[in-house]
Structures are given as structure tokens and as C-alpha cells.
Design a protein around this ligand. Structure first.
Ligand SMILES: Nc1ncnc2c1ncn2[C@@H]1O[C@H](COP(=O)(O)OP(=O)(O)O)[C@@H](O)[C@H]1O
Ligand SMILES: N[C@@H](CCOP(=O)(O)O)C(=O)O
Length: 309
């Protein structure tokens, strides 16, 4: 039996719509991600457990884990019968890469069980394909950091899908899931198909400036480039009191703040524990909308998906 853990992720990271993603790990050691246990068996079985198992589709063939198993077997041209236990710890429609956690953990686990017939690149390509089937269009900014860890820049060039970029080890990434659901597909449908030249220039300056500041180790400059002119202007209305929350968090001392993925989770970045505590307290008291919601102080998960048992 193989046990695999796949971490939560922040898609877009504010400044890189669809092409920047960060894997995160709570500083208190909480495993904020999905777990998959897999072993070969006489027939295919999938059991869902965990806090958010009740949110999963009732029909087994609608569970993305079944789709991953089915497509993996088709690619390797062998029907490998397995028993899978999915520990669904990530809320669906959270903006924390919930579908990516299930996609990456199940494909990673199948590939390990079958002695890695697929290369890293082929596996990541398949992950992106399955993510696209769920959200309506392929994007790698959740599956790539979830799989490979760290801060991933989606390049899709020279037969490479993504590459890790430098990060600031003293950055703390505070995430808050308010306890409500926003479908990625719906949030993507909200975005315009075209942007003005001014917006394109602003976006390219922000993204290239962030990458430049990351490589030249200028944290304050990097944080100042974390501005979303692509998705936030259209999606912020879906998030409860987003504008007020963002303004207050910045006043408390956040270096940057934005929508995590397609929302409703938000993320804030700071560089010290005291500010992280103040931001967390504010979010817990003002952004959480139901008892299911949560706030976590995280660091970047530099490892990504791994075998834990
Ligand atoms: N194992 C799974 N984990 C997450 N979502 C799943 C899974 N299996 C099927 N789904 C479906 O995929 C969709 C995921 O929605 P999405 O908005 O992309 O979530 P997230 O943004 O959290 O990844 C939902 O309709 C959900 O029912
Ligand atoms: N780039 C995507 C990211 C979606 O992240 P999720 O965690 O909400 O699935 C987008 O913004 O649509």
C-alpha cells in the first residue's frame, strides 16, 4: 500500500493569472491537502473519507479520482485494478486547488504503484488535461505547484511545462477560506475574452517585475508587484467584503493580498510572526462566513506531492 499527500495551492498568486502557482504548507504542520492510499486489488474500489468527503459527487465515475485512474490505465494500455481511499481534506470550490489535490495525488500514486511508466512531464501534462476537464480550460497553476512544490512559473516552452522560481524564505502566506463555495468554471466564465492595451502593459510590467524582483532577491519590490489586473476586478464581487478586507489587511501590515485561485479564499503575505498573527485574527473575525471556514498561516511547500507511508 502507498500513501500519498498532495498540498493545497494558491493559483495565480495575484500577479500571474494561470501562469504562477504556489504550494503551501501550514507552519503548525497541519496537512492541508488531500491524501490517497492505494494498493492493487481484484476490482476497482474508491472510498471517500475526510472532512469534505460529503462534498464529493455520489456517482463514483464523477469523482475526478476515478477519471484519473481511467485515463492513466488507458495511457499505459493496462487495466490496473486498485483499491483507493481518498481522504478529502480540501473543500471543493475553495480556491485552494481542491481538484488539483485529488488529481495530482491519484495520478502520482498510480504512477508510483506502476513503477513510474510516465515521466514527470507526461504526468504533469495529464494532470493539466484533467484539471481542464473540470474547470473548462487547461491551466497548470494549481497542479504544477501541487505536484512539484514551491513557486512554479508555467512556461510551456522547450518541452517544459513549468519551472520553479526563487522564493523568499521569510515570507508567511496566510490563507483564509470563508466557508463558502465558488466554482472555478463559473469564476473563469466571468472574465472578459479581451483586455485593453493599457491593461496588457500593466499586467506584463507587474508579472515581469515580480519575476525580476524574485531573482534579484528584492522582497519588498516583489510584493509591490503582486497586483491582479486580470481576474480580481471581475471576481472580487463574488467574495464577501473583499475590498474592505484587503484594505484592512494591508493597513495591518501585509506586504501583499489577493484572491487565492478563483476564490473565495484569499491570501496575504507578510514577513514576521506578529503581523501574521494580527492578520489571522482579523480574518478569523471578519472574513470567515461559516463554522467550516478556516485561516492558516503557511510557508511555501517546497517539496510538493510526496509518499508519506
Ligand atoms: N476528488 C475531487 N476533488 C475535488 N473536486 C472534485 C473531485 N471529484 C469531482 N470533483 C468535482 O470537480 C469540481 C471542482 O470544482 P472547482 O471549482 O474546480 O474546485 P476547486 O477550485 O476547489 O479545485 C466540482 O464540481 C467537484 O464536484
Ligand atoms: N488560474 C485559475 C486558478 C484556479 O484555482 P482554484 O484553486 O480556484 O481551482 C483561475 O483563476 O481560474
Amino acid at each position: 500500500m502507498i500513501k500519498v499527500y498532495a498540498p493545497a495551492s494558491i493559483g495565480n498568486v495575484g500577479v500571474g493569472f494561470d501562469i504562477l502557482g504556489a504550494a503551501i504548507l501550514p507552519t503548525d504542520g497541519t496537512l492541508l491537502g488531500d491524501l490517497i492510499q492505494i494498493k492493487q486489488s481484484k476490482e476497482f474500489q474508491l472510498t471517500n473519507i475526510g472532512t469534505f468527503a460529503h462534498q464529493l459527487p455520489k456517482n463514483i465515475k464523477d469523482n475526478i479520482v476515478w477519471k484519473c485512474w481511467d485515463q492513466f490505465c488507458k495511457i499505459i494500455k493496462k487495466k490496473i485494478l486498485v483499491t483507493i481511499v481518498l481522504e478529502k481534506n480540501m473543500p471543493i470550490g475553495s480556491g485552494l486547488g481542491s481538484s488539483a489535490c485529488s488529481i495530482v495525488s491519484s495520478l502520482f500514486a498510480m504512477n508510483e504503484l506502476c513503477n513510474r511508466p510516465l515521466s514527470t512531464n507526461k504526468l504533469l501534462k495529464l494532470m493539466g488535461k484533467l484539471e481542464g476537464e473540470i474547470s473548462g480550460s487547461i491551466h497548470y497553476d494549481n497542479v504544477s505547484p501541487c505536484y512539484l512544490g514551491g513557486l512554479q512559473l508555467i512556461i510551456e516552452k522547450n518541452n517544459k511545462i513549468s519551472q520553479k522560481i526563487p522564493n523568499f524564505k521569510n515570507w508567511l502566506w496566510i490563507i483564509a477560506w470563508p466557508g463558502i463555495k465558488i466554482s472555478t468554471a463559473d469564476a473563469r466564465a466571468l472574465l472578459p475574452s479581451q483586455y485593453t492595451r493599457t491593461t496588457c502593459i500593466k499586467h506584463s510590467r507587474n508579472l515581469s517585475g515580480f519575476i525580476h524582483a524574485s531573482y534579484t532577491m528584492q522582497p519588498k519590490l516583489a510584493a509591490n508587484f503582486i497586483t491582479d489586473v486580470i481576474a480580481e476586478p471581475y471576481r472580487s464581487k463574488l467574495l464577501p467584503n473583499f475590498t474592505q478586507t484587503k484594505t484592512t489587511i494591508k493597513k495591518i501590515g501585509a506586504l501583499a493580498c489577493g484572491i487565492s485561485g478563483s476564490g473565495p479564499s484569499i491570501f496575504a503575505i507578510c514577513d514576521n510572526d506578529l503581523t501574521a498573527k494580527k492578520i489571522s485574527k482579523y480574518l478569523a473575525n471578519h472574513y470567515i462566513q461559516s463554522k467550516q471556514g478556516f485561516v492558516q498561516v503557511c510557508k511555501l511547500d517546497t517539496v510538493g506531492t510526496r509518499i508519506i507511508g
